[in-house]
Design a protein. Sequence first.
Length: 346
Amino acid sequence: MEIKQLIETLYKEHILKKEEFLFLLEHRNEESRSMLASLARTQTDKIYGKSVFPRGLIEFTNYCKNNCYYCGIRGANQNAVRYRLSKDQILSACENGFHLGYRSFVLQGGEDPFFDDEHMCDIVSEIRHRYPECAITLSLGERSKESYEKLFKSGADRYLLRHETACPDLYKKLHPESMSLEHRKQCLWNLKEIGYVVGTGFMVGAPYQTLENLVDDLLFIEKLQPEMVGIGPFVPHHDTIFKDEPAGTVELTTYLISILRLMNPHFLLPATTALGTIDPRGREKGIEAGANVVMPNLSPVAVRKDYSLYDNKICTGEEAAECAGCLGRRMNSVGAFLDFCRGDYR
Ligand code: SF4
């Protein structure tokens, strides 16, 4: 196999066979990286131009009933300082974001039973009522199909639920018995069926992960056909069993962003905060590799450091306005700009 040829095939046909994807990952080098990134950027520019869409992220609860082994806010971590934002605090974060220009909000939280359907639908419908022109994205983990339907009817448009890994064996090594990959996948299919704009994604460089596992992730995404794909490097958290494991790399994460861009030029692909955490220019590198979304934090500064999924998370000290200013300059440094529209899938 010839790596250049494989990249050209991916560019033209948007898919490769399993063994071809694996070859592309195993034999990556400086040349294949720059060829992939340049084609990926060309594709992004064709569909979205130089726009990078900011999503105002509101991390409204760090309570979680789950115990994903890699996560700093998993339910069993007694050292996590827990918080829940009130409805008023959430609405005031939206108001602040709206005045700063945001037209897309993401409500993200652990799987917190306190925020049952009644609570969530009340919050979502109030945001919908106040900001009819804004996109509302939810990231609340696994819920019943009925619950997803109610939230959709209340006004939510988009849902983010990373599958984290499409390999059942690896999934078991990263999650307790009580969690199942099949159930997570079913949730994603349910979300699609209801009509949400759906985002999934996976960790790069997770403990025990192989390149074959990453190929499984790409093939699952090809099957699911989501509109958004969020991938970020694994970053260890000091209160987890993986605290001494090495983090994923910017190099492999951005390589995969470029591959995803060639698989579907229309994808909404974030340059994640985790990428910015392991490299000061991580998000800029993500944009150069073909990403076109960033997720600045709109949560109140007082609670930001407590939404600690992993160590050394960036941007926990700045006000929302400072975040937007800093990110805007970062995007300009790579020839892109923050485009404060809803940032719909085109
Ligand atoms: S990764 Fe999400 S679902 Fe898992 S423990 Fe952390 S917050 Fe909960």
